[in-house]
Design a protein around this ligand. Structure first.
Ligand code: CP
Length: 304
């Protein structure tokens, strides 16, 4: 494996399969892994808010028997005094064995990776990439559907700024028999570079739509939040934020084995009543995130 994980394409299909296999072994027998990282330290450097990514990384390292240190906002690090990302990463390399970094600026984890001698994991950079969410999503799809091929996957909501969407499209496009339904307001559609380089480039079938018409055909529905923090104009956010809301009523038309995913946090885009539907997988998805991050830490540290 490469030293760092910056984008999902840093991992080959074989490496993805290996990480999923390790995560499954951990789920089966967590005690067997409880001391694998004894003496190792993970630094979580979060320049942007997070619940799932930061805490699942920390839980992952603790459950591997290692320790964690770090910060959860830019203002509690020397970034507030003007320190560069490169200097921060190089300094933290003196104290930790591996770094998980989230940053609002696209490319910041890559800069950190060039400066630091230890592995850097991109835990989300602006609207760009979120590869460990993609690993989480792949493990969820594999466990819920039993395969990563021959699936019709719908993405719904903010497909423009949704870094989880971009990374998962890139990842799933490598498997056989995949097609996509891209459901969003026109202003929040998938960026051109994803359509041109990934979808058209690999001849992946997809449709773009601003309606729910394709819902009955989907094997997976990946809902996303309209991200207020990425808008320059509050009026645009207010106009678009509730464009697509998944309700229990609407799900009457969907397949009985549909897998409903969401990277979370959710705001309004999934009605609370949907949580009781057995097809709702988003909280299981959050749990799988811990196991796949355990597998990733093991691989990047060369422990297993
Ligand atoms: N899915 C995700 O990245 O959640 P957080 O922002 O809470 O980490």
């Amino acid at each position: 494996m490469k030293k760092d994980l910056i984008g999902i394409t840093d991992l080959s299909k074989e490496e993805l399969a290996e990480l999923i296999a390790i995560a499954e072994k951990i789920i089966e027998d967590p005690v067997a892994y409880s001391e694998k990282c004894k003496g190792k330290k993970l630094a979580t450097c979060f320049f942007e808010p997070s619940t799932r990514t930061r805490l699942s990384f920390e839980a992952a390292m603790l459950e591997l028997g290692g320790s964690v240190l770090g910060f959860s906002e830019a203002n509690s690090s020397s970034a507030a005094k003007g320190e560069s990302v490169a200097d921060t990463a190089r300094t933290i390399s003196c104290y930790a064995d591996i770094i998980a970094m989230r940053h609002p600026k696209e490319g910041a984890p890559m800069v950190a990776a060039q400066a630091a001698p230890i592995p850097i994991i991109n835990a989300g950079d602006g609207g760009h990439n979120h590869p460990t969410q993609t690993l989480t999503d792949l493990l969820t799809i594999y466990r819920e559907k039993g395969r990563l091929s021959d699936l019709k996957i719908g993405f719904c909501g903010d497909l423009k700024f949704g870094r989880t969407v971009h990374s998962l499209i890139q990842a799933m496009s490598r498997y056989e028999g995949i097609s996509f339904v891209l459901i969003s307001p026109e202003e929040l559609c998938v960026p051109e570079y994803i359509k041109k380089d990934v979808l058209d480039g690999k001849n992946i079938p997809y449709v773009e739509t601003s309606s729910w018409d394709e819902l009955p055909e989907l094997d997976i529905l990946y809902m996303t939040r309209v991200q207020r923090e990425r808008f320059f104009n509050e009026a645009d956010y207010m106009r678009l934020k509730d464009a697509f809301i998944l309700t229990a009523d609407r799900l009457q038309d969907a397949k009985p084995d549909l897998c409903i995913m969401h990277p979370l946090p959710r705001v309004n885009e999934i009605e609370r009543a949907v949580d009781e539907d057995p097809r709702a997988c988003y909280f299981k998805q959050a749990l799988y995130g811990k196991y796949i991050r355990m597998a990733l830490i093991l691989k990047l540290l060369g422990v297993e």
